[in-house]
Design a protein around this ligand. Structure first.
Ligand SMILES: [Zn+2]
Length: 556
């Protein structure tokens, strides 16, 4: 079937040209050049004067896995409160912070998002995480496997294993868990928590293995690079949420030694200790480091005022946060020898000094990092706030006057402590399109996404211009997934299932000998049963899309 979008203002963020008024042609789910033989389209959408963008991609959003389910358990009130206005949605589970799988897919698609990445898949929970993600309709998805506190890795690092063995282990684990990328959460700190450590400095030896977070981060960043995995090591730094943690974050950039790294929810990691309250913004310092180090990208993890659920693999940080639980209930747990997780309900308040400054710090980061290819729009859903608030963030970035109005509402001492009133940068549409489409596509190695040139997948969001940018980005006029119409003016018209993105780097099978022994001695699941088989995943209904590794990343 040949489809045409006629008369739209096409903004392809992968191209240097700005908006152009032209028709877009689609065949077999992909964008094609206009037919030269004068063929007529089978289907024609008149989008005259409307903005045509590639589908948006969320690089970091907790949509599946054990901790999301535990979050749902603690979020009954959220589901009741938001269930009634679950716009034309067919099923319950409509909470904002931890919606059901169905509503997660519906809401993302209805906002023009066509791919979402779950950033914290614990290896031993990979099977459940994938089955749950397979239940999220419409959007494509993928998962980052969490390493860096796993017993095997820490033990082998302590025993002096070489880089090539670690590379083989990382590749084996990515294949075994059908992962798209590798994440490290509080390197060494989750392991240390099991031995009663309440923190672990970057150069502090872990209490059990004697391995420092610096070594873990450097080794993993190098492994991911040398294996040619497109997305760099995805790093949740140590000392999350602690005043003064900017020192750790800057040292983490240093620890990467030039290897590509992505610092996630950077807002939670750029705090200073200035002022009477000993809590200040260090966004300028972090932004300066990001601007200078081109091997570094970040996503912000913007705070949004209101109730939400915090869920993290970082048991140390969540154990600290439990004191602020709202309502007063929380969960912390350990999972096999892999990692852990902590769940704490939370309410961000604009009249609370710390929360208000967190809000401002996130915006400072967005505005101070110069290159939109290296800063991504996230709320670390649902940790900083629900993903449904993205349209509001776009408006905050594009409208300095509205930003100033919002700034005037927050805790006055936080307002005075923030640089925000002096930042008049206005994001352009093209910059928004880069940070939400082309940049995540490039960072994740999704060569056929984030652009509108021939060969690209026809994942498309069309927006009707409106004076209120939040309203405009909340409800696209039209959303296509793989060329098929999914959503019109917020109304879903079809619910296809998206594909699971994964990367399968090669490895030397020698590593399996040692792993088998480790599994026999320590794990509750057998070595043969642990890996997810391609056939098993296919039978469970997953459509796998393997992404290529770069030609051996090689040494720097
Ligand atoms: Zn996260």
């Amino acid at each position: 079937m040949l489809t045409r979008l006629t008369g739209g203002t096409v903004l392809d963020p992968s191209e240097a040209a700005g908006e152009t008024s032209r028709d877009l042609w689609i065949e077999e789910g992909r964008i094609v050049a206009p037919p030269e033989d004068g063929r007529r389209p089978d289907r024609d959408y008149d989008v005259t004067g409307q903005l045509v963008l590639p589908g948006a991609i969320d690089i970091h959003s907790h949509i599946a896995g054990g901790k999301v389910n535990l979050g749902r358990l603690l979020a009954a009130a959220d589901h009741r409160r938001n269930g009634e206005r679950a716009e034309a949605l067919l099923r319950g589970g409509g909470g904002l912070a931890t919606p059901s799988t169905f509503i997660t897919g519906y809401r993302y698609a209805a906002m023009g998002y066509t791919a979402v990445f779950e950033p914290a898949m614990v290896p031993s929970n990979a099977r459940a995480a994938h089955l749950e993600m397979a239940d999220v309709p419409i959007v494509d998805k993928g998962a980052y496997v969490m390493l860096g506190n796993d017993e095997f890795l820490l033990r082998r690092l302590a025993e002096g294993a070489g880089q090539s063995e670690i590379n083989d282990y990382v590749a084996w684990m990515m294949q075994a868990t059908a992962a798209h990328a590798v994440k490290v959460v509080n390197a060494g700190g989750i392991s240390a928590f099991k031995f009663n450590a309440r923190g672990l400095g970057l150069d502090e030896k872990g209490p059990h293995h004697g391995v420092t977070p610096r070594i873990i981060i450097r080794t993993l960043a190098r492994a991911v690079h040398e294996l040619g995995v497109p997305h760099p090591l995805h790093v949740h730094c140590n000392d999350l949420g602690i005043p003064g943690n900017i020192t750790t974050t800057l040292a983490t950039i240093d620890a990467a030694e030039g290897y590509p790294i992505h610092l996630t929810h950077a807002q939670f990691h750029c705090y200073g200790t200035e002022g009477r309250r000993r809590f200040s913004s260090a966004a300028a310092l972090l932004a300066e480091a990001v601007n200078r180090n081109t091997n570094v990208s970040i996503d912000v993890g913007q705070v949004v005022f209101g109730p939400t659920m915090t869920l993290s693999g970082d048991t140390q940080a969540q154990f600290r946060t439990r004191r602020h639980a709202h309502p007063d209930t929380w969960i912390s747990m350990d999972i096999e020898c892999d990692g852990g997780c902590g769940i704490v309900p939370f309410r961000y308040r604009d009249r609370n000094f710390v929360n208000a400054l967190q809000w401002a710090i996130g915006l400072e980061l967005f505005l101070l990092v110069e290159d939109p290819w290296r800063v991504f729009l996230t709320t670390d859903h649902p940790n900083g706030g629900p993903f449904a608030s993205y349209p509001q963030l776009v408006k905050l970035l594009m409208e300095p006057a509205w930003r100033a109005e919002c700034l005037a509402q927050i805790h006055s001492a936080a307002r005075k402590a923030s640089l925000l009133s002096s930042l008049d940068r206005r994001y352009t549409l093209r910059e928004i399109a880069i940070m939400t489409r082309a940049a995540p596509a490039r960072s994740l190695g999704l060569a056929d996404r984030g652009r509108l040139t021939p060969g690209a997948l026809a994942d498309i969001a069309v927006y009707a211009p409106e004076p209120d940018l939040e309203a405009m980005f909340r409800e696209p006029a039209l959303v296509l997934k793989g060329g098929a119409e999914i959503c019109r003016r917020g109304r879903l018209v079809a619910v296809p299932m998206g594909a699971t993105q994964l990367v399968r780097p090669g490895y030397d099978r020698q590593v399996e000998k040692r792993l088998r022994r480790f599994f026999d001695d320590h794990m509750t699941i057998g070595f043969a049963q642990f890996p997810l088989g391609q056939q098993e995943l296919a039978e469970a209904g997953l459509r796998l899309e393997e992404r290529e590794c770069a030609e051996a990343g090689g040494r720097l």
